[in-house]
Design a protein around this ligand. Structure first.
Ligand SMILES: [Zn+2]
Length: 248
């Protein structure tokens, strides 16, 4: 008997709402915007939750923090409008800064219990050679929040949300930025939208840097589709929550 027969890879398209958690303003779209656009066109609600304020990634260092935050926010909303993001939430942790892992985990538990998404996206925290702590912490805190969502003794940052939570059908976590995908999503039909969304992040990339990013995404999307019956793919590791503990 295969493990897939008792714990099959969940179908992310069976969700009604997905919560897309990202460390910085551009990660959701670089990692999985083609998939999100497909999910949106299937009638699924798309919510973005951004962990940090992203202020360290702004290329124009002459901008005040207020002006930089405004530019980042504008870029995020523009990109979200292209993909069809229904709502945005921002936690505002300091980009590349000091913040407590357990504070983040409590906040993520709050949003999961409050919004009750069937599928949650996050960066793969076990990506080999990932050095950015914001990415590792976001992926790991999301993973722990997913397996602890139904445990009432593990508090979120909002007692009222915890008191109102009576469980929900959390089907899957889907990791983007992964080297161990178990699904390659055909994004041929949403590739143009993905790149249009990525190009919105003007505060974080100068024109040359953006062109280099798009070239890298172009190459990677084609490589991901190698051997598949389509031209462009996004690699995802999609796991049932029970697969996040003890090696199942
Ligand atoms: Zn990032």
């Amino acid at each position: 008997m295969s493990i897939e027969s008792i714990l099959p890879v969940p179908d992310i398209f069976s969700a009604k709402r997905i919560l897309c958690i990202q460390p910085h303003y551009d990660d959701n779209d670089i990692g999985a915007a083609g998939t999100y656009a497909l999910l949106k066109s299937a009638g699924i609600e798309i919510i973005y939750l951004t962990v940090t304020d992203d202020l360290m990634g702004v290329v124009d260092s002459s901008l005040s923090d207020e002006a930089a935050a405004e530019a980042l926010n504008r870029d995020q909303l523009n990109a979200g409008a292209i993909i069809g993001v229904d709502k945005h939430y921002f936690l505002g942790y300091p980009d590349a800064g000091e913040y407590a892992y357990f504070d983040l985990r409590r906040d993520l538990l709050k949003y999961i219990r409050w919004l009750r998404p069937e599928v949650i996206f996050a960066p793969d925290p076990w990506l080999t050679y990932e050095a950015h702590r914001d990415h590792i912490q976001t992926g790991l805190a999301t993973s722990e929040a997913v397996i602890f969502t139904g445990l009432p003794k593990i508090a979120s940052s909002d007692p009222a949300v915890d008191a109102a939570y009576a469980g929900h059908d959390l089907k899957a976590i889907a990791f983007y930025y992964t080297r161990e995908p178990n699904r390659i999503v055909d994004i041929s039909s949403t590739w143009e939208a993905k790149i249009a969304a990525v190009r919105c992040y003007k505060a974080q990339f100068n024109p040359q840097g953006m062109d280099e990013l798009v070239m890298a995404l172009d190459l990677k999307s084609r490589q991901a589709a190698t051997g598949e019956p389509f031209d462009r793919g996004e690699p995802l590791k999609i796991l049932h929550p029970a697969a996040l503990h003890c090696g199942l």
